[in-house]
Ligand binder design. Sequence first.
Ligand code: 5GP
Ligand code: MN
Length: 331
Amino acid sequence: MEKYKAIVEAIKSAKNIVISSHKSPDGDSIGSSLGLFYFIESLDKKATICHADKGSLSLTWVLGAHDIVTFEDQPEKSIELFEQADLIFCLDYNSADRVGQDLAPFLIEARAKKIMIDHHMHPADFCDILVSETNVCSTSQLIFELIDKSGNLDKINEKIGTPLYLGIMTDTGSFRYPSVHARTHEILAELLKCGVKHYDVHEKVFDTNTMDRLQLRGYVISEKLEIYQDYPIAIMSINEEELNRFNFKKGDTDGLVNVALSIEGIKIAAFFAEKDGQVKISFRSKGDYFVNVLAMENFEGGGHKYAAGGISFQPMDKTIELFKSLIPKYF
Ligand code: 5GP
Ligand code: MN
């Protein structure tokens, strides 16, 4: 594949490489960033990963995660990285604003060559090389394709493979979603062959509950879950006071929206979490119901057909009211 070879050439001729991803990094942002980072290292080149903020504890155990520069901790260093870069990778996002409002202006202004590798629909036109594969489950899978299709499969090792496995696993709900193809499993097999300890990744991501986290989740499920009468929709919400009661840590409510979606007959689920006076919303759906358009048109968000997110600057009750009022229009 010519595009992938061109990307490897760009890496080989660059001096200052920066790897960026979207704000509130998930397993795929961290996985694809670190997978690419170690691939670049295997080419005897160096890169720096710069994200807006840190990932949750269930993700930051991966080798190298603590060396990721974040704007929240090191704003000046982050700006300098973008200003001095001659090559910037844009991983797992499709428009510049997704890096967060602090970093976006520096990404847009950066003189560097920009390469987007992503799997979200409707990529914006701000990069010099665009790899946009919306049928692929994860950006981490695309990093594997970059390595393989540029003729560098022999470079794959455990260091590269572990974050890629993490990204594929988290973006596919542990290999369950329709976005998983035979090719995904072929890649997973390659990752195991190079020494990735799959059981270790699953344990570190899923079996790391604290009492607070578990009880917060139990509370939301037992007290804050609501099913709508006339629609196959379940919602959950949590406000700041409740989060504080359970000593909320980043990641503690991750995946709760999928619990709502798991109720028999439910096709659409929404999770509303209040933080710093804003309401962050996660949407999930299945079958013939899609949530990305609703998120994009009403909550300044977007995402995939079956997994999208957005934000509201109105109070919780008004936000949920707005969501309810939109149901007849969208579903
Ligand atoms: P989550 O519910 O896990 O936060 O997000 C699910 C998916 O929705 C993400 O993978 C991402 O594609 C998308 N998403 C979440 N928040 C936003 C947002 O604020 N803007 C856009 N464009 N997409 C989002
Ligand atoms: Mn992704």
